[in-house]
Ligand binder design. Structure first.
Ligand SMILES: CC(C)(COP(=O)(O)OP(=O)(O)OC[C@H]1O[C@@H](n2cnc3c(N)ncnc32)[C@H](O)[C@@H]1OP(=O)(O)O)[C@@H](O)C(=O)NCCC(=O)NCCS
Length: 349
């Protein structure tokens, strides 16, 4: 009898394919996009440049980057048919769920719909990355019967995005830090992102704690009750999530500049207790939650922001897969009954 392959819980350790887009360094604590350490990219690069790197495969030269940025600005505008759809979206649905529907609709009206050549896929990817900020704004504002504010074509991607989220023109420093968070969220291999929402949940927890003096007892109590603490732990990283310290450094500088250290103090206590009690480290969602709060972004946007940033990575994987397509068809390990005999319904009890 042939030995059947066995399933692994959570598909842990299953290598599902090849990819040249990103890697968690074998040391286990470093994320690289196409060979570049994300920490360096977050400090020195821009979301546009990193999206180009991830989707096209190499860093752009000055002209390529200028053209790419111009294209992203041109493609920011979303099809007018969507305005009607935004209005009909139920307010009880999360912005993230509304966004799923909006992205799906975009696919129906994409000029390259049905064309899966490499060049068409790149065009579709650029459109998606460019349109995500306005889509998120539309999904939020439409059900309130409000229009998406005009987008400023002079603003880079992150600044325009932050302006749409806050309804105010951001200063360049805030836009730069927001940009860095988008870079750090832009790609992470084959993860299915089913846990999306940890950044929002992490901030809700900090708000529930409320005061630095209450943080230690709150978190110890939560752990005693076996609660999962959002923004901690990771399936792949077992030493640290290298994206968290760089974002925390930026957050600390920002909070100090804004003279608003309360949330950082609460977060620091939670982090210390998690290390002492569980030997768990914060993942990227933890500092990101506090950063977005300090930037004045409403919590319902946190997961949609992640999706907007990750769009570059998701598209790059779709392009890579379609360039060398083979049907993805996983199997499951059957755990049900065997050799049952059929009983007519009138004889069943
Ligand atoms: C990300 C996550 C799903 C990884 O799960 P995982 O791979 O199953 O985690 P591990 O197997 O390493 O967990 C080891 C132990 O730590 C515990 N643990 C892991 N993350 C924890 C957390 N955030 N809070 C409390 N305990 C946690 C697990 O319950 C497990 O305990 P046990 O051995 O007593 O069952 C998990 O850490 C989690 O749910 N974190 C919170 C959500 C989050 O921040 N997600 C964003 C990830 S970028």
């Amino acid at each position: 009898m042939t030995q059947r392959p066995q399933a692994q819980s959570g598909m842990e350790g299953i290598i599902a394919g090849w990819s040249a887009i990103s890697e968690v360094d074998p040391s286990g604590d470093k994320l690289i996009y196409r060979g570049y350490d994300v920490r360096e990219l977050a400090e020195k690069s821009s979301y546009e440049e990193v999206a180009y790197l991830i989707m096209m495969g190499a860093l752009p030269d000055a002209k390529q980057l200028a053209d790419f940025k111009e294209k992203l600005v041109e493609e920011r505008i979303i099809p007018s048919e969507l305005n009607d759809i935004f209005k009909r979206m139920p307010e009880r649905a999360s912005v993230m769920d509304r966004l799923r529907t909006a992205v799906s609709f975009l696919g129906l009206v994409d000029p390259d719909e049905g064309n899966d050549t490499h060049d068409a896929n790149i065009r579709k990817a650029i459109r998606l990355v460019a349109k995500m900020p306005a889509l998120i704004a539309g999904c939020y504002l439409g059900p309130k019967n409000k229009q998406i504010p005009a987008q400023n074509s002079k603003f880079p991607h992150a600044k325009n995005f932050l302006a749409l989220l806050t309804g105010k023109e951001p200063d360049d420093y805030s836009a730069k830090i927001f940009d860095a968070s988008l870079i750090l969220y832009a790609e992470h291999g084959f993860n299915a992102s089913t846990h999306g929402g940890a950044n929002e949940q992490a901030m809700k927890m900090l708000l529930e704690i409320g005061e630095p003096a209450k943080a230690e007892s709150w978190i110890r109590d939560a752990l005693a009750k076996k609660k999962k603490i959002m923004g901690f732990g990771h399936r792949v990283y077992k030493i640290q999530d290298s994206r968290a310290p760089i974002l925390k450094k930026m957050l600390k500088e920002y909070a100090e500049k804004m003279r608003n250290l309360k949330w950082l103090q609460i977060a620091d206590t939670v982090e210390r207790v998690m290390k002492e009690e569980k030997n768990l480290f914060p993942n990227v969602d933890f500092p990101c939650a506090v950063l977005y709060y300090e930037l004045g972004i409403s919590m319902e946007f946190y997961t949609p922001i992640f999706a907007a940033a990750r769009m570059a990575g998701w598209c790059a994987h779709a392009i890579e897969q379609l360039d060398n397509n083979r049907l993805i068809r996983p199997e499951c390990e059957y755990t049900g009954a065997h050799d049952q005999s059929y009983t007519p319904i009138d004889q069943r009890r």
